[in-house]
Design a protein around this ligand. Sequence first.
Ligand SMILES: C[S@@+](CC[C@H](N)C(=O)[O-])C[C@H]1O[C@@H](n2cnc3c(N)ncnc32)[C@H](O)[C@@H]1O
Length: 451
Amino acid sequence: MRLPPAIINNTEEVLREILRFTAPADSTLSRYFRDHPRLGSRERGAIAEGIYAVLRNKSFYTDFAEAGSTPTMRRLSLLGLAAAVGIDSLGGLSEEESEWLTRIEQIDRTLLPPMMRANLPKWLYDKLVAQNGEADTLQLADALNQPAPLDLRVNTIKASKDEVVAALATAPILCEPTPYAPLCLRVLKKPSLQNLPLFKNGAIEVQDEGSQILAQIVGAKRGEMVVDFCAGAGGKTLALGALMRNTGRLYAFDVSDKRLTKLKPRLARSGLSNVHPVLIAHERDAKIKRLAGKIDRVLVDAPCSGLGTLRRNPDVKWRQSERAIVELNEKQNAIMAGAARLVKSGGRLVYATCSLLDEENEAVVAQFLATHDDFALVPMRDVLAEQKIALEMDDYLKLLPHKHQTDGFFAAVLERKKLPAKPAQVRADAAAADAIEPSDSDTDLAQSAAE
Ligand SMILES: C[S@@+](CC[C@H](N)C(=O)[O-])C[C@H]1O[C@@H](n2cnc3c(N)ncnc32)[C@H](O)[C@@H]1O
């Protein structure tokens, strides 16, 4: 059955707003759907997919939509909707529009000028070509312009992987294991999962395989003191807490109350009791200072451009700018310096981003090492071997959608050099002092966590 002609107008209306790039596309779409409750689920799906198709293919579509007699916004909407549901499913097309859409569908995109084929803004295209060359950039861009698969992480606190596969099969939902992360399942279609008992009872979380690998390379062990410095809504926190088998202490820091609030229901579902969310004012907050030198593993999943997640958030490439990257860089350097203070001698600091740009990745690590000679890089190949992850990397983790079918991720592991052992008497005195005067850091933080 054809979709009603009115959805072309709806798409045009919301697209006009989204293309101003003043807010994330997903939040504008959610608000539009809330304001238009009469749209059915099929119509909503078509509009959302149509908008995402325009965002993914904006350079190519704009070039073709600007020619012709009908308004550009209608033509862009038609191109997006046709890509999302097929020309034959669209009601209300004129004969000229149907023929025009068919002609564009038949264009061989490999013959387009490279930047138009990549559908990237010039500044980003130029940076990626300078970094990786044109052929690799085009392959990367093609992969970034495909929708991401739906990956799940099995929460072993609640169920085994086999139990989850069996329960999904009865739904019936088909899934398959992925190559690298041991607890990852890739769902073959994209069913809604929210109402599944498995989801409600916390046995599964939606999480990209790349994100799961990142949590694993932190190498957090049972009973350790761990900090997830930029925990956000807790995607990696929950994975870390489960890897620690719900033991030790895992602090989830963030400067955003809104994001930490989103962590709370996920935490309740997860069954974890070792996680302590703490709202911090900034990376030098006094709450942090009190944990200085006490933490085994610190993860900095830094605020970044998010360019590695274009499969999910295609608007990000049009919303980011070179100037924003410079500002992010300052923040990334400052957060690393703040987080480093927590790491104990012999402990590890993991820097991670979902950016594709060297300046947010290798350059931040280089700047950190240049100013922190008490840290050394642990080559990623050694970390992956420790964790038995079958990925070939050199010094850094660099996950890419066209090579690993994950979002784009970067990570580096830095170890704080071990201090020379203290003389026996000094050690004994320090132990006695600790026993009499427990540090106030834990009580303070536990209190913040309870708030
Ligand atoms: C990439 S997101 C984290 C995503 C999260 N780790 C996850 O797996 O879902 C970066 C986070 O850093 C937080 N952030 C920004 N500045 C910060 C700072 N100075 N200290 C700690 N967190 C900060 C942001 O609020 C945001 O939640």
